[in-house]
Write a protein that binds this ligand. Structure first.
Ligand SMILES: [Zn+2]
Length: 207
């Protein structure tokens, strides 16, 4: 599903990381551990990064699920693993699974693999993945930040968090992939906020 050409382009895109991420103040944030200041150093990225097998390590705090899934190898998405990831990103409330845009998994994996180079191996917390129309509508009615025409409803968005990475850094990293929208949801409290990542149009907002 993800062609060789796609991921090669992805490499080129990620190569631009330094230019995009540099202005961010990585030390500012709500969490106790600041990543190293050279987190966005483009020099550290090369083609090797993109050709290695891809394993995504995720947790779903809502359901308590946790999985480490090798989903891409030798230029191909592994179908059974893709299905498993779609299941993890399902609508937990609505109890419905839907196909997730493979490009979204690339963004999530790229994020995780990139920070792993700095010894940060914490799983990606999926706060929300696919949402049924009914679930999304309920969130809107409850006043939870959710767009009426949310890309969550078409399997193209995820709300995520990574322990010890503040919103600024996580959002900046995802933004540098230029694969879609990035929403920053800053919240105080021990867990902090979250980042909305989608594969729609490139845009940024704060919610
Ligand atoms: Zn979202």
């Amino acid at each position: 599903m993800v062609s060789r050409r796609d991921f090669l382009q992805g490499g080129a895109v990620l190569g631009a990381l330094g230019a995009i991420g540099a202005p961010l103040n990585v030390a500012a944030g709500t969490t106790d551990m600041a990543p190293p200041p050279d987190l966005f150093d483009a020099q550290l990225l090369d083609i090797d990064f993109w050709v290695k097998p891809r394993t995504l390590s995720v947790v779903r705090p809502q359901s308590g699920e946790r999985a480490k899934v090798l989903y891409w190898k030798d230029g191909e998405v592994i179908d059974s693993a893709y299905q498993e990831l779609c299941h993890i990103l399902r609508d937990v409330n609505g109890r419905e699974t839907a196909p997730i845009d493979p490009k979204l998994f690339e963004v999530l994996w790229g994020t995780q693999a990139f920070i792993a180079r700095y010894g940060m191996n914490q799983p990606l917390e999926i706060l929300s993945g696919y949402r049924t129309e009914a679930s999304n509508k309920r969130l809107v009615e409850e006043g939870v930040p959710a767009a009426r025409k949310s890309l969550h409803m078409v399997g193209k968005a995820a709300d995520i968090r990574i322990a010890s990475l503040n919103e600024e850094v996580l959002g900046g990293l995802i933004r540098s992939f230029r694969q879609g929208g990035v929403g920053y949801y800053y919240r105080s409290g021990p867990k902090g906020g979250w980042i909305h990542a989608d594969t729609g149009l490139n845009r940024t907002w704060k919610g």
